[in-house]
Design a protein around this ligand. Structure first.
Ligand code: ADE
Ligand code: ZN
Length: 326
């Protein structure tokens, strides 16, 4: 079989996906029309043309603006089901879906609208596509820790439907230590923890995420490679890294996909995985990410299969479910 069929045929889990980042310009326009919202772009093509980023903040400014069309639980349902259909077509069997409640609650959308829309799409994905999923509630790190606590309080009625908390948005200047107390509170409520670290931020932020937040996984973690002792620690503790090749290229974390360190990570013994991050903004879903980095780095099929296996072993699925996918 050709490489494309091989990649799509690999059973895989997606561990790093912001549901707001799966908002395609076509759906953005449809929801804007449905909700009577004016967009600052004349066309779908103009929106796509605006997706040229030189760093994380460039992207975040456009991404938070785009999310403004999401208003009702039906909107969140439609957003998520569109993602699940694309993911299933790429061979995704399980998805751990991040959502940013503060992006919505801060503009007056009720937490219930957001999460109930996502949960109904998740149930439909399980029933119609055989795709399992869990939710990761991510705190926006550019906002104060008190705002994260308020979000954790809002989530209280749904905590049994949330697998983990996460930490995203502008990294530099907002170190993990800023959120130590709210992550401890989430842990006390039985939630798992993940955090973006080492995307633009230094290796010290990865150390902090492990030491102060007690994370089970690191989202990105690219800059861990600058610190030999940290690499040794991530290997010894079998910490999964959720790597996002097309995102890394579009946000200039790597200058060229041909220089992406994904195979170096595997060679070092790191538990690297391949994910899409914000597929509508970065030019591809998870299958495109595997294919692009496979071509750019000349990855073997064994390496691709290892990355796919790592996605299940690094997931929050129970051991029996992991075994059933391997
Ligand atoms: N929010 C959505 N995508 C993100 C990323 N790659 N880094 C930080 N915050 C994000
Ligand atoms: Zn991300």
């Amino acid at each position: 079989v050709d490489l494309e069929a091989f990649v799509r045929g690999l059973p895989k889990a997606e561990l790093h996906l912001h549901i707001e980042g799966s908002l395609e310009p076509e759906l953005m326009f449809a929801l804007a029309a449905r909700n009577g919202i004016a967009l600052p772009y004349p066309s779908v093509e103009a929106v796509r043309a605006a997706y040229a980023f030189s760093n994380l903040q460039d992207f975040l400014d456009i991404y938070y603006a785009g999310a403004g069309v999401l208003q009702t639980r039906q909107d969140f349902h439609d957003l998520a089901i569109a993602y699940f259909e694309r993911a299933a077509a790429d061979g995704v069997r399980h998805a751990e879906v991040m959502f940013d409640p503060q992006t919505h609650t801060d503009r007056g959308v009720a937490f219930a609208e957001v999460i109930e829309g996502l949960l109904s799409a998740m149930a439909q994905a399980q029933a119609r596509l055989g795709l399992s999923s869990v939710l990761i509630m991510s705190f926006l790190r550019h906002l104060p820790q008190e705002a994260a606590f308020a979000t954790l309080d809002m989530a209280e009625p749904w905590l049994d439907r949330i697998a983990a908390v996460g930490l995203d948005s502008s990294e530099v200047g907002h170190p993990p230590e800023k959120f130590e107390a709210v992550f401890a509170a989430a842990a006390a409520k039985g939630l798992k923890r993940v955090a973006h670290a080492g995307e633009e931020g230094p290796p010290a932020y990865v150390h902090q995420a492990l030491d102060l937040l007690g994370v089970d996984r690191i989202d990105h973690g690219n800059r861990a490679l600058e610190d030999e002792a940290l690499v040794a620690r991530l290997v010894a503790q079998k910490i999964t890294l959720t790597i996002c090749p097309l995102s890394n290229h579009k946000l200039c974390v790597v200058d060229d996909l041909a220089e992406h360190p994904i195979d170096r990570m595997l060679d070092l013994g790191l538990k690297a995985t391949v994910n899409s991050d914000d597929p509508a903004y970065f030019g591809g879903y998870v299958g495109d990410n595997y294919l692009a980095v496979a071509k750019a780095r000349g990855l073997s099929r064994e390496a691709l299969a290892q990355l796919a296996r790592n996605s299940f072993t690094g997931s929050f699925l129970p051991a029996e479910a992991v075994a059933s996918h391997l």
